[in-house]
Design a protein. Structure first.
Length: 186
């Protein structure tokens, strides 16, 4: 068991800062980045004392441009990496691993092929599956489905040691199906 109490935390794809705010309350110094300027503005408003820690980034950034020579105790990416194709996911994860302090914790989620999005699949290219969702959502999403074995192989290929590989999901709406995701902690 590894216990991490405080330190610096990077949330890649931080959105409005919900996770960062929680970790701030747990003793972490928050840093984050997201492609949405609106979300980063809300993040800065939520934690004004750390406003200069939050950055708007392009979809495939050079993270050292934002964070210089920093290293983080915790690198966190919840429901973000699977919107990237295989090559971009490799590029970003390599950068995130580079930003992790030795002995730090890496957390990421990946969408599972058993997620209900898969029943709307209309083709795959470079790891991204185009899912044309019908009904309540009525939108098109491109996601990178990964099996448990693929998640494990992908993240350990960077030198991360698996601490936990969990699974979460629920059937919130029976007309949609399971919301299955993997959680990798290394």
């Amino acid at each position: 068991d590894v216990a991490l109490r405080g330190g610096t935390m990077l949330d890649y794809g931080c959105g409005t800062g919900t996770h960062l705010y929680y970790f701030l309350q747990q003793g972490f110094t928050p840093y984050g980045c997201d492609v949405s300027a609106t979300a980063i503005d809300k993040c800065k408003a939520l934690m004004p004392e750390h406003a200069d820690h939050f950055h708007v980034i392009p979809s495939i950034p050079r993270l050292r441009d934002c964070f210089g020579d920093m290293a983080f105790n915790l690198v966190f990416s919840n429901q973000v990496l699977y919107f990237l194709n295989d090559q971009d996911m490799q590029t970003i994860t390599a950068q995130l691993y580079d930003l992790l302090k030795p002995g730090g914790i890496f957390f990421a989620t990946m969408i599972a092929p058993t997620n209900y999005y898969s029943k709307f699949a209309e083709g795959t290219q470079d790891g991204l599956t185009t899912c044309v969702l019908k009904g309540r959502l009525n939108e098109t999403q491109c996601v990178n489905f990964k099996t448990r074995e693929e998640v494990l192989k992908f993240f350990t290929s960077f030198g991360l040691t698996k601490l936990q590989l969990g699974h979460y999901g629920a059937v919130i709406r029976e007309d949609e199906g399971p919301t299955d995701h993997w959680m990798f902690v290394g």
